[in-house]
Design a protein around this ligand. Sequence first.
Ligand code: SF4
Length: 322
Amino acid sequence: MKILEVRNLTVYFYTYAGVVKAVENVSFDLYRGEVLAIVGETGSGKSVTTRAITRLIQPPGKIISGSAIYRRDGEEVDLLRLPEEELRRIRGSEIAYVFQDPSSALDPLYTVGYQIGETMAAHRGGKIKQYLSEAVDLLRMVLIPDPESRSRSFPHQLSGGMKQRSVIAMSISNKPRVLIADEPTTAVDVTVQAQILHLFKQLKEQFGMSIIFITHNMGLVAEFADRVAVMYGGKIVEEAPVEELFQNPKHPYTQGLLNAVINPLNPQERLKPIPGTIPNLINPPAGCRFHPRCPYIITGKCEKEEPPLLGDRHKVACWLYP
Ligand code: SF4
C-alpha cells in the first residue's frame, strides 16, 4: 500500500547568482513498511526533495509545483497544500526527520530527556514531566547505556553517536508512520553506524514504519534498503528494487556510482571515479543532464532531448533504453 505519492515536485532557489533548479519534476512512491534509499552525489537534490515533502524549504528556496499525497486512515491529503497548522501536526508526529547533524536538532539548554518529553507533549498534549519515564524507555531502545542518568544529560555531555541516537529517540517518540533519515550515520563511527541501521530495521519491523533513507554510501544501501531511487542533477534517473539495481544497473550514472565503490566480491579491482563534476543547476545541461559526463552519449540526441523516466519495477531515464 502506498503511503506517500510524490508527483512532479519542482523546487527552485532564487539566489543572487541566478535561479538554482535544485529539483525538477521528481516523482516517486513510498510503500508501507519499506525502506526507500535515495542516493546520489552531493548537490543531486536528495535532501531538498525530502525536505520539500513537508514544506521545510526556507527562502530563497520555493516549491514551484507538484504534489505529495499522504495516505492515512482511509483519507488522502496533499502535504504541499495542507494548511500550515494541520501540516505542523503531521510533521514530527506522523512524518519525522533525522538529520545529519544531531547538534542542530538538540537545544543545548535542555537535557535530552526533557527534549524528548517536550516532543511527545507537543503532539499528544499534557505536561512534559508525564513523559519523562517514556523518554528513558526510548533512550534504552536506541541503546544508550545507563539511560536514566543520560536522560538528565545536556547535549554537550554526550558523544556524537549518543547525540544522534537521542535525536532518533526524539524522532520516533510519537511512532511516526514515515521516518525520513537524511545521512543519519555520517557523523558517527562504523560501530555506531551498524547499531543505528539495526535499530532502523527493528523499527520498520516493529511498527511497520516506512523509511526514506538518504545517503551517498552504496554499501549502506545494499545492506538496508528495499528499493533505491538514484538522483542526478535534481532528477531521478533510475529507480529499482535494491538487488535488481546492484545486479543490473542500467543508467550510466548508476553504473559509475557502483564502479566507484569497493566491490566486496572483488576487492582487488581498481575503483573508477566518474569523470567530470556535477552540473551547475543554475544553467543545467540541455537534454540529459548527465550527457557531459556520459561515456555512452548518443551524439545529436542526448544533448538535445531529455529522456523520460520509464519502466515498471525498474525505471530508467536514458535514451539507451528505448
Ligand atoms: Fe548517457 Fe544519453 Fe543515457 Fe544520458 S540519455 S545517460 S547521455 S546515453
